[in-house]
Design a protein around this ligand. Structure first.
Ligand code: ATR
Length: 278
């Protein structure tokens, strides 16, 4: 605990652990949320080399909550006292809460994704083509199954798609079949198209027209080439902003027990991203 600028001794510390972490928008988003909720807290970016040492620091300094990002979302599981069921099933933790020295791991990425899909027409009874087989794909498959949708996994490295599909009991296809498969929604969980590779796209524009909706988990830039081509093909195009904001909103809920100011969080992140791309 430290002294806040208001002079009380109760300022709470939060942060994000990553490597690299310099471009993260989480500090901007979470500090805005804390201010709005009148929670006396600061949220800082921490560039981490030694994860176990950093977690000892969390306990020693009484840091109340931590967001975990690349490349630690999987390796952190083994370092925690408790891991909540969805995080264990997905195999990734993006959120830690420190409850009096007990470090508890959660995954809010899948919740961010289903909330964002919920805003874009819902999940139950629909089929989702998921491009990629990494951590973000696992969160997508888990969330879609939880909500009664049908995921189909497609990945450049087919055995990874097959292993993921087998683990979760869903279907997979070779990536080459992405151009012919039928699904209501296409979700890109690969980093293709992310800044600075803004001309990259995981699927040619001609292949997109048969999806009602195309969602990209990439949010920088907000309009990836995939989403531009999806809109041109007549699909509803959903960017990764909603998922990012909702995963952060769920972190606020876990850490504070309060209703997160989602609209404000979205506004500050969107404004920053729009400034970055001009
Ligand atoms: P994350 O945890 O963010 O999902 P990850 O675990 O590294 O990241 O997974 C990234 C996914 O994007 C992988 O499925 C990867 O495909 P491979 O399994 O073949 O490596 C996929 N991916 C990354 N770059 C890609 C590219 N240029 N084309 C197609 N798929 C790509």
């Amino acid at each position: 605990m430290g002294k806040s600028k208001e002079g009380n001794d109760n300022v709470e510390l939060y942060g994000i652990f990553g490597n690299p972490v310099g471009h993260s928008l989480s500090p901007l988003m979470h500090n805005a949320a804390f201010r709005s909720l009148r929670v006396d807290a600061v949220y800082l970016p921490f560039h981490i080399e030694d994860l176990e040492g950093a977690l000892r620091g969390v306990r020693a300094l009484g840091i109340r909550g931590v967001s975990v990002t690349i490349p630690f979302k999987t390796s952190v599981l083994a370092c925690l006292d408790e891991v909540e069921e969805s995080a264990r099933a997905i195999g990734a933790v993006n959120t830690i809460a420190n409850d009096g020295g007990t470090l508890r791991g959660y995954n809010t990425d899948w919740m961010g994704l289903i909330r964002s899909l919920g805003e874009a027409g819902g999940i139950r009874g629909r089929t989702f083509a998921i491009l990629g087989a990494g951590g973000a794909a696992r969160a997508a498959v888990y969330g879609i199954l939880q909500e009664g949708g049908t995921p189909v996994v497609l990945n450049r490295t087919a055995p990874k798609a097959e292993a993921l599909a087998r683990e979760f009991g869903c279907a997979f296809l070779p990536a080459a079949d992405a151009g012919t498969m039928e699904a209501d929604v296409l979700i890109n969980t690969t980093p293709v198209g992310m800044w600075p590779d803004v001309e990259g796209t995981p699927l040619p524009g001609e292949a997109l027209a048969r999806f009602r909706c195309v969602m990209d988990v990439v949010y920088n830039p907000l309009r990836t080439r995939l989403l531009r081509e999806a809109a041109a093909a007549g699909c509803e195009a959903v960017n990764g902003l909603g998922m990012f904001v909702h995963q952060g909103a769920e972190q606020i809920r876990i850490w504070t027990g309060r209703e997160p100011p989602v609209a404000l969080m979205r506004q500050v992140v969107q404004r920053q991203l729009e400034e970055e791309t001009v």
